[in-house]
Design a protein around this ligand. Structure first.
Ligand code: IPM
Ligand code: MG
Length: 360
């Protein structure tokens, strides 16, 4: 079906390389949407991060959260919250705040090697489905407070939570995704030590698996999973895991697929979705026009796919196809940033992808 819907998307540039890679993605989405014959996206830039601390006294202004609730989706740039002045540095960071506020429980993180990219394991094409609302991220597990405490200056305590409800929900995401792919799911846990918590995660995923008899299932402890990923990432299809394991494994998988700079992600609930690269704000290379925008661009394409599925919109799905194919083509033609072994700048790469949109 074609809807001719005009999507309203928000843009949160963030810190570090954010103001370079987010506008690059906006430009490419505009080109792809036009090439697909879909109505132009209505963009709305919102304050966030270090700049918002200066203008609004907080890294995540209330007006930003309110505006996000009224758009179809948004692009979140990385943040450098470790460099914020106090008290902002000690608060929940911007992406955590937004994920928690909107209950974005599914963090979907593909790691796919490009033809012509410098993959460590050629042929890698996997997706990590990371539970995004609980697990060992202590700050996700409290209504108020951080989930960490220091009874004395020499003792620090945190807690982790795994629930049947949240695990069931993320497991369904993983198995539904596997049904559209190679129909294989790997559960990652640490049930030999964290028996009750990650054991529950594993067992609930296995229960959900029974509803998807066509999908084959195996599981690994997190430590063993890292070993298999480094050597044999191309043997995985879908990996489902808790929050912190997913955070760590997705960096590893991105690099194994070629560069953390190509690792995209989407954070979603049934009603809201946020495109966000898996990597951080890379302050060391900010402002140098050398950051790889691919992760942010492909995250934005994932957002278009999510919208296409939600609104049954073939045009926006076609635009997502064009973004991905144009990035593939630019990489194949060797137009890549330094992290992938090339010499192309961030904005020149974006221009090359815009030009490639017309050829795919
Ligand atoms: C990620 C990031 C974030 C996280 C940081 C920026 C707080 O590492 O999205 O993977 O830990 O979730
Ligand atoms: Mg991370």
């Amino acid at each position: 079906m074609t809807t001719d819907k005009t999507y309203r998307l928000a843009v949160l540039n963030g810190d570090g390389i954010g103001p370079e890679i987010v506008p690059a993605s906006v430009k490419i989405l505009d080109a792809a949407v036009a090439a697909a014959g879909a109505p132009a996206i209505a963009w709305q830039e919102l304050p966030l991060g270090r700049a918002a601390i200066d203008t609004h006294g907080t890294a995540v202004p209330d007006e930003t959260l309110e505006a996000l609730d009224n758009v179809d989706g948004w692009l979140l740039g990385p943040h450098d919250s470790a460099a914020y002045p106090e008290p902002h540095k000690s608060l929940l960071n911007p992406s955590g705040t937004i994920r928690k506020h909107f209950g974005l429980f599914a963090n979907i993180r593909p790691a796919k090697a490009f033809r012509g990219g410098n993959a460590i394991v050629e042929g890698t094409d996997l997706v990590i489905v990371r539970e995004n609302t609980e697990g060992f991220y202590a700050d996700r597990n409290t209504f108020a407070g951080t989930g960490e405490m220091m009874p004395t200056p020499d003792v620090a305590i945190m807690h982790g939570i795994i629930t049947r409800a949240a695990t069931t929900r993320i497991a369904h995401e993983a198995f539904k995704l596997a049904m559209t792919r190679d129909k294989r799911v790997t559960i990652v846990h640490k049930a030999n030590v964290l028996k009750m918590t990650t054991g529950l995660f594993r067992d609930v995923c296995r229960d959900v698996a029974k509803e998807y008899p066509e999908v084959s299932v195996n599981d690994f402890h997190i430590d063993a999973a890292t070993v298999h990923l480094v050597r044999r990432a191309n043997k995985f299809d879908v990996i489902v895991t808790e929050n912190m394991f997913g955070d760590i494994l997705s960096d590893l998988a991105g690099e194994v697929a070629g560069s953390l700079g190509i690792a995209p992600s989407i954070n979603s609930s049934d009603t809201h979705a946020m495109a966000q690269a898996s990597h951080g704000s890379a302050p060391d290379i900010a402002g140098k026009n050398i950051a790889n925008p691919i992760a942010m661009i492909l995250s934005s394409a994932m957002l278009l796919r999510w919208l296409g599925a939600k609104f049954d919109d073939a045009q926006i799905l076609a635009a997502a196809d064009k973004v991905e194919a144009a990035v593939d083509l630019a990489v194949l033609e060797g137009t890549v940033t330094p992290d992938m072994g090339g010499t192309t700048g961030t904005s020149e790469f974006a221009d090359a992808v815009v030009a490639a949109v017309a050829r795919v």
